[in-house]
Design a protein around this ligand. Structure first.
Ligand SMILES: C[S@@+](CC[C@H](N)C(=O)[O-])C[C@H]1O[C@@H](n2cnc3c(N)ncnc32)[C@H](O)[C@@H]1O
Length: 284
């Protein structure tokens, strides 16, 4: 059974080009869909995932590919511990996997009743229920507004702080507008896992570590992370995005074409629907 259908995999492979004898850092191992494709195309892979549950799949790949594959069970912000010489290219397939969202016990989904956990990594100190208990109502409103685009975020934050839900269904039942349920769950998940801080920190390290000719690719799933990646890559490639501002001549990076899923991928895998693939290359 396929646990997680890799999104935009063909496009990722095309964007990376000939990767024989290159070493790729797969920052988001998940079910190993990207990692396997990279290994099969002749690359070596160093993979990160902060979720300990993926270790069995990583172990299986290790047995098949030996020292062509290294797995690191930590947050991808730890890419700063690698050296420039350790790798050629980097890929991120952001967000959570189907294994995480479809596992009732993890508390990511409002479809199942479960403790309100939402940690990708159980070593994180605070789960979603504890986050709600410990942050101020103002901060909770900011989280809902910034990461979930909830319009009446102050009102909803007040309702949530009053009830202090500890299960997914308790939280779901506090949200009166059904359109707000998924965004509220997304917002809390992003805050619990500091997802935006992770991306910013890892991209910062990639910027200083990537060698000339190296590529950095990101698959994003919602507008907040996509904006961070887009603006970061534009900055690296000195593309202002504003026609009134001049672009710097001869920047260090060049942007690659943005790709979204084809109709046939959308049909086969509806979870790919909001995906964007963005890439940059450090010039030789
Ligand atoms: C969308 S899935 C990746 C799927 C993978 N590309 C595949 O083909 O199977 C995202 C994975 O990244 C992991 N992840 C998300 N944020 C992370 C972070 N900051 N550090 C390490 N792993 C992270 C999640 O635990 C999850 O397993």
């Amino acid at each position: 059974m396929i646990k997680h259908i890799p999104v935009l995999l063909n496009d990722v492979m095309l964007m990376l080009g000939d990767i024989r004898n290159r070493t790729i850092v797969d920052c988001t191992f998940g079910a190993g869909g990207y990692t396997r494709a990279l290994l099969n195309a002749g690359a070596k892979v160093i993979a990160f995932d902060r979720d300990v549950n993926v270790e069995q799949d990583a172990e299986q790949i290790k047995q098949e590919y030996g020292d062509k594959f290294t797995f690191i069970n930590s947050a991808f912000s730890e890419i700063n511990k690698l050296k420039s010489d350790d790798f050629d290219d980097v890929i991120f397939d952001l967000g959570i996997s189907s294994m995480q969202i479809d596992n009732p016990e993890r508390g990511f989904s409002f479809r199942f009743d479960a403790p309100l956990d939402m940690r990708m990594d159980k070593r994180l100190n605070i789960n979603a229920a504890e986050l709600i208990q410990t942050i101020s109502v103002e901060k909770l409103a900011d989280v809902l507004y910034e990461y979930g685009d909830i319009k009446k975020s102050k009102l909803l934050a007040g309702i949530i702080k009053k009830s202090l839900p500890t299960t997914t269904f308790q939280l779901r039942d506090l949200i009166k507008n059904p359109h707000d349920i998924a965004p509220v769950f997304q917002a809390l998940r992003i805050a619990v896992n500091d997802e935006m801080g992770q991306i910013e920190s890892a991209l910062n390290s990639v910027h200083s570590l990537l060698r000339p000719g190296g590529r950095c690719l990101c698959v994003t799933f919602h507008s907040i992370e996509d904006r961070i990646v887009k603006n970061t890559f534009r900055q690296w490639a000195s593309v202002s995005g504003d026609p009134r501002l001049p672009n710097i001549v001869n920047p260090e990076y060049r942007m690659l074409k943005v790709i979204t899923p084809s109709d046939s991928e959308l049909e086969k895998n509806p979870r790919s629907r909001s995906a964007h693939l963005r890439g940059v290359e450090k010039k030789l």
